[in-house]
Design a protein around this ligand. Sequence first.
Ligand code: PLP
Length: 397
Amino acid sequence: MTKAASSLFPVSENVAKMQASSTLAAMQAAESLRAQGVSVVDFGAGEPDFDTPENIKQAADRAMVAGRTKYTATAGTRELQQAIIDFYQREFDAGYERAEVMGTSGGKQAIFNAVVTLVNPVLLPSHYWVTFPEIVTFARATPIFIDTEDTGFLLTAAQVEKAITPRTKLIILNSPNNPSGRVIPPSEFERIMEVLADRGIYVISDECYLRFVYPPAEVFSAARLPERLRQRLCIAGSFSKTYAMTGWRMGYALAPREWTGAMLKVQGHSTSNANSIAQSAAVEALNGPQNSVAAMLSEYTARRAWLLDALKGIPRLSCAEPEGAFYVFPNVRNCLNTEVKSSAEFATRLLAEEQTVVTDGAGFGADGCVRISYATSMEQLREGVKRIKRFVERLGT
Ligand code: PLP
């Protein structure tokens, strides 16, 4: 496109400041190689490699046949709201009312709704999911990053306390974390929430990877905290990872009624209700048998153990042990040389020379690291690690 033509489309200031998704860039590069018939090992995926469980698909089928094809309330059907309330009561002993629950089109929309109703400035512990700063920017707010490298990327109450200023309004917490896979221990999580509650700061707890936690770490939701620590809390939840439902676009928000009311206004004038068929599927996901979640977790557990061990065999690459999600986040700084000078170049050259996709950490606020997703088969893991090892050994010679 010529310069003159591009100036005919002056995007708004807030959109101009947004960055395109770096995770999508990696996906596209892999796609174009595959289209040329190249055998690519893809560690870029931010989604389960499993199919949606059969009972959930059948519930969607039944919903379609029964004609559940109309608009629903913006907050979702009563059945969906009740299923979410029952889940939090059952799992975390947390009482929520219908006015505090809404279905959303993916967890992403829950976070979007929650940010745009509050904003400015927003604390973002680093490393963060690529979308957090972009939503904050879109909302014309300022992201303030909290560096957690000193504590192995595990956020602490002391770090939060130090970062707060009299203007701080909101923080986004994400545990289990994308990209690091780290899980904040429940006692530290509670200390963080104490600091925030004492200062009247609002919190979004992104619990998208809630169920994917590896012992001795524990599954923990902020919903479990005492009522007084939940007065300014919005939980953003998702069906995408837990039930392998990324394409269905189902998530939810749990927040105090006033905050939920504001979010309903935003959603009511943008996307309205989440997909009605996906809502019926989500009810089955929460109320139906959970053995498929256990099966996926057990597969991730085996892959994680194998991968962490195999990465130890790669020279100069160091990797903290993640307690959750399906990512490892090794530091490659010691693998770099005068030709491959950054983690971005590491990822690009690895793809070009060994046809293996990893995601550069820079987009997650972690220049020098790369994200490896183990939401892929053991066979691909074995092949990919072999290729990364060969590549790193060449860099060192
Ligand atoms: N939060 C985090 C940390 C994520 O990694 C993702 C997806 O990758 C989401 C939220 C959003 O998930 P979805 O919108 O598919 O529910």
